[in-house]
Every structure is written in C-alpha cells, then in structure tokens.
Design a protein around this ligand. Sequence first.
Ligand SMILES: Cc1cc2nc3c(=O)[nH]c(=O)nc-3n(C[C@H](O)[C@H](O)[C@H](O)COP(=O)(O)OP(=O)(O)OC[C@H]3O[C@@H](n4cnc5c(N)ncnc54)[C@H](O)[C@@H]3O)c2cc1C
Length: 394
Amino acid sequence: MKYDAIIVGSGFAGSVLARMFAEDGMKVLVCEKRSHIAGNMYEEEQENGVRVHKYGPHIFHTNNKKVFNFLEKYGEWYFYEHRVLGKINNVLVPIPFNFKSLELLYSQQKANEIKSRLLEKYKNVEKVSILDLVNCSDEIIKEFGEFVYKNVFENYTAKQWNIPISEVSKTVINRVPVILSYDDRYFQDKYQFMPKNGYTKLFENLLAHDNITIKLNTDALNYLNVSKNKIYVQEEEYSGIVIYTGQIDQLFNYKYGALPYRSLNLVFENYDMNYYQSSAVVNYPNEEQFTRITEFKYFSNQLINKKTTILKEYPRKYDYKDEKSIPYYAIISDDNLMQYKKYYNLVEKIPNLYMCGRLAEYKYYNMDAVIERAFELYEEVKENGKTEKTKRKK
Ligand SMILES: Cc1cc2nc3c(=O)[nH]c(=O)nc-3n(C[C@H](O)[C@H](O)[C@H](O)COP(=O)(O)OP(=O)(O)OC[C@H]3O[C@@H](n4cnc5c(N)ncnc54)[C@H](O)[C@@H]3O)c2cc1C
C-alpha cells in the first residue's frame, strides 16, 4: 500500500487533516463516497445561476484566530454578518429574540417594563439562556421567558427533533440565547465571513496538493474493513494511519445497533424575482411544517437579476437502511451516548484508527470546532505516533 494515511470523508475533518499530513510529506488517500468533495459544506449552482448549499445553509463564524488564519490561506473571504427573522404571531421579529423583537410583540409600556427588569437583573450581561429566564424568581422576567419559550422554542424544537422540548438536551436549547440589547446579529463571534467563491472552491484549494489523491464515488467500507483489532485494505493488513470521518456504527456494521439521527427533507424552489424575503433566513417555529426558509443570494453576494433560490427545511426521521436518507443531527441522550461509547471502545483497541468529525464522534460540531478538532488530532498523531488517541470530548 503506497499511502501513509487513508482518510475516509472529505468534509472539514477529513480535508484539513489530509492537507496537514500532505504538507508534512505524507502520501494521503482521501476516499469520498459522494460524487463531490466538501462534505456537507458542498455548494453547487442551480439552473438559474444561484449558488446553493446542497446540504443546508452553512454560515462561518468563529472566535478562533488560528482556525480563521488557516482558512484564509485557501480562498478569499468576505465579511458577512448573519441575521435571522422569525415569524411569531404573524410578525417577523429578530431571532435570537432581542429588545427589538420584544418591542414588535408587546405594547410599548410592557416592553419598557420587561427591558428595564432584564437590565436590572442581568447587569453587564450580553445574552442569557432561555432556561435561566423561565426559572427566574422575578415574575415579570419569568412570564416573558415563558412567552419566548412557548413561541420561539417549543414548537420549533418539537418539529426539529420530533420529541417534546422537555426531552431535548439542554445544550441544544441553549444554542440560541436571548439577547439583552438591540444587537440583531445571529452570531456574536469575532470572525464572521463567507468564502467569496463558495465552499466547494475553498475545498478544492485545500485538497490541491501533490501528496493528496482523491477518490470520489468510493465508499471506503467497500474495501477497508476492521477485523481482530486490525485494519485491512483489500484483504491486506494496513499499518498506516486511518482517519475515519464517517458514521462510527456503519464502520462496525451496526453491531450494537444504529445510532439515532434526525434527518431533513430539503426542498429548493426557484423564483423569478430579485429577493423572496427580507433576510437570509426566516424561521417558522409554529404553524408551518418546515422550520426555516433560507435565501441563498444573501450568502453568495451574486448579482443575478430577477432570479433567486430558496430552501425550505422539513425535519424528518433518519433511516439507516435507506441509502438516500442523510444523518444530519446526532440525537444526544444518555442512552445514545452509551451506545456510542460501545463503538468507541472498539476503536480504542485499534492503534492506527482515529475518529474525527460529527459522524465519527457522534456529536454536533460547528465548522470551526471540527477544524479545531482536526488540528488537535493532527498534533496527537504527530506526537504520539499510533499508540495514543484522544477520547471523544463531551
Ligand atoms: C443542516 C446543517 C446546517 C449546518 N450549519 C452550520 C453553520 O451554519 N455553521 C457551522 O459552523 N456549522 C454548521 N453545521 C455543521 C457542519 O455541517 C459540520 O461542522 C461539518 O459538516 C462537520 O464536518 P465533518 O467533516 O465532520 O462532516 P461532513 O461534512 O459530513 O463530512 C463527512 C464526509 O464523509 C463522507 N463519508 C462518510 N462515510 C464514508 C465512507 N464510508 N466512505 C467514504 N466517504 C464517507 C461523507 O460523504 C462526507 O462527505 C451545520 C450542520 C447541519 C446538519
């Protein structure tokens, strides 16, 4: 076998590691089962010329300078601050909920009362968790928290996860805070940029290295397998490094059952108009079956006259037996994490096998976090050789 490392998957986890190994002089093979690189960040052009994110909208944001400096080497980026509206009681209000949202939904007098209570209670605090608000001892704040919880969080979360909000992990609920000011940006991170020529171009640059060979339409599990704590490639034992970024349960043939995920039905629609909506994303927490509508021209900065493309996201069940079903979100619960751990115990016995990324580690990673994780894994592979591995972080 002529490769020093085999990388399964070409999302950020796989591509960043491939590049770093290649820079060190290692020969790297990247196997990608899809017909394209870039994992879930993949972008393609619609017939009308609008560039869309095929697997759902991806907005880059980070506070990690090292991550952003790394990405800057592989493409131009432009400053983009993401803004989202939500349809609440038939009014479009900023999400995360902020003081403007409050004023749009309450009378002026009531809005002023809530604002002053919030500012008094949370001095010098920029944002607060919805769970803090609903548990607050101040009755006015608690009532406000319950309003936001019911109208912004409850139905959206139930739609997204198909379970009552009470059963959803607190870390998921806390991803969207309530902002204690008029700041209407969806993210408050220091670096908020989008790749000028799209993510696909960025990945092309990232993987363009003489030491990297890419095989598309190649399901690694068709020729790589694990047996008796060793890795075999086409029946021959392989002692190089294997970075696996696919589903961990699939690697072990679902031996301990399929790990549960939530999937999405993504419906793209083209319109002959300049813009369909007044913001890049509009959330529909309540009446509609879809959770949000994304309009891609806000991201791509393309000057296309009288043409636009939107995406409606309908959450749905994931079925591991259906090849077309895509695992989007790991469903985090104690039971599911225990099931994951059983799989990870198998990985730990194989010295040259490393897990990286949202599917291999069964967790939600933002793009910057998965890149950070790839950096960390690179250091470990480099320093510790093939004997020590990081555990999946909580
Ligand atoms: C709907 C949605 C929206 C998101 N929006 C944002 C956002 O706005 N901002 C943000 O920071 N993050 C966002 N994320 C998170 C982001 O998608 C992840 O951080 C990123 O995809 C993680 O990269 P990865 O390499 O781990 O996984 P992926 O991008 O999924 O890449 C894994 C790759 O492995 C390949 N693969 C799997 N199994 C095999 C196999 N057996 N053989 C060969 N190839 C295989 C897959 O085809 C895929 O290409 C979003 C996620 C979702 C689901």
